[in-house]
Design a protein around this ligand. Structure first.
Ligand code: BDR
Ligand code: CA
Length: 327
């Protein structure tokens, strides 16, 4: 039986790849996409989600719900310097489809209540919607079977600051609330996991381009700006924390090692806003999360390459600033 799933996303670059995994993996039954403020402008993110549905040939089949447009207590901070518009300038005819009327937080609460103990939620943006759902429905935590969170670093470096990873930095109060809420939660961190095991270098990117499918062309395009940024900061390839989170939920055989940690998030630090304090047993704190420490990196690449080899039929033509997107 495919797993009922919601992906909560700030759709740009690897969020698009994560959505493709949710849309195309036969183990997933993607019930909804919920949008949260994060990487790029909110309306841009929504267009990026529809472009991804289109690339998968699933436009109109999976509802897109608009969630929180800004963090709980702070102004929105984006990452347009990293991702550009998040899709490498791709565009399509946006007429004839629209987000659902139901708010993303209400959709999360409803779907969890409809599948109590079964619904999986993968949160790959700031945790604003998830924290709001906790406040909205006292049963939400119990109803969510599994929560996978991409965020934080496990006693490693941040990316938006030395201390903080982007998703936790943008809404640290939400992240703190989510780790205090009592979810069965698995964390896919930025450093060391993503930086060491989920970066695709030149050989992998060439192999994906050589697949010559609509999805491989889409992948290359949406990752282009981030690749340029990554190289400028000494990362030799594209980074895939969000698609890794979806892949590990659907394919636990890709996980080699997890650790039980007490995770808390800094909200008041002068220099450490959004820092994830991941404490292991010696600190005397009860564990509240499983943190992924090691994966089958080759298996993860093979998984995504197999996915991107799928010969989808995009619902509508897509254009780059230079002309049609071709395989
Ligand atoms: C996270 O921040 C975003 O820029 C990415 O989409 C990912 O979710 C990595 O820090
Ligand atoms: Ca993201």
């Amino acid at each position: 039986m495919p797993l009922p799933l919601v992906i909560d996303t700030d759709t740009a670059q690897d969020d698009c790849v994560a959505l493709l995994a949710g849309l195309l993996d036969p183990r997933a039954d993607l019930r909804a996409i919920t949008m949260v403020a994060g990487n790029v402008g909110f309306e841009r993110q929504v267009r990026n989600a529809f472009l991804t549905l289109n690339a998968a040939g699933r436009l109109g089949e999976v509802p897109v719900h608009l969630g929180c447009r800004h963090p709980l207590m702070r102004p929105w901070v984006g990452a347009e310097n990293v991702h550009g518009d998040g899709v490498g300038g791709l565009a399509m005819d946006d007429s004839g489809h629209a987000p659902e009327a139901e708010h993303g937080v209400d959709a999360l609460v409803r779907l969890a209540a409809e599948h109590p103990g079964e619904l999986a939620v993968v949160a790959i943006g700031p945790l604003t919607n998830i924290a709001a759902a906790v406040l909205r429905d006292p049963d939400f935590v119990r109803n969510v079977g599994r929560l996978y969170v991409m965020g934080g670093s496990n006693n490693g470096r941040g990316n938006i600051t030395a201390a903080a990873e982007f998703n936790f930095y943008v809404d640290p109060e939400a992240a703190k609330a989510v780790f205090a809420a009592g979810f069965e939660v698995t964390v896919v961190p930025w450093d060391p996991l993503t930086l060491r095991q989920a970066v695709f270098g030149r050989d992998e990117l060439d192999a994906i381009a050589a697949l010559d499918t609509p999805l491989s062309a889409f992948f290359t395009r949406v990752c282009a700006a981030t690749l340029e940024f990554d190289r400028s900061v000494g990362i030799d390839g594209t980074t895939h924390p969000d698609s890794l989170a979806v892949a590990l939920l659907l394919h636990p055989e890709l996980v080699r090692r997890t650790g039980a940690y007490h995770v808390d998030v800094e909200t008041a630090g002068e220099l450490t806003r959004g820092y994830a304090a991941m404490s292991w047993g010696v600190h005397g704190l009860d564990a509240n999360a499983d943190v992924v420490e090691e994966i089958d990196a080759r298996g993860f690449f093979d998984y995504l390459a197999h996915l991107l080899a799928t010969p989808t039929a995009p619902n509508r033509p897509m254009w780059t600033p230079d002309g049609p997107l071709t395989t």
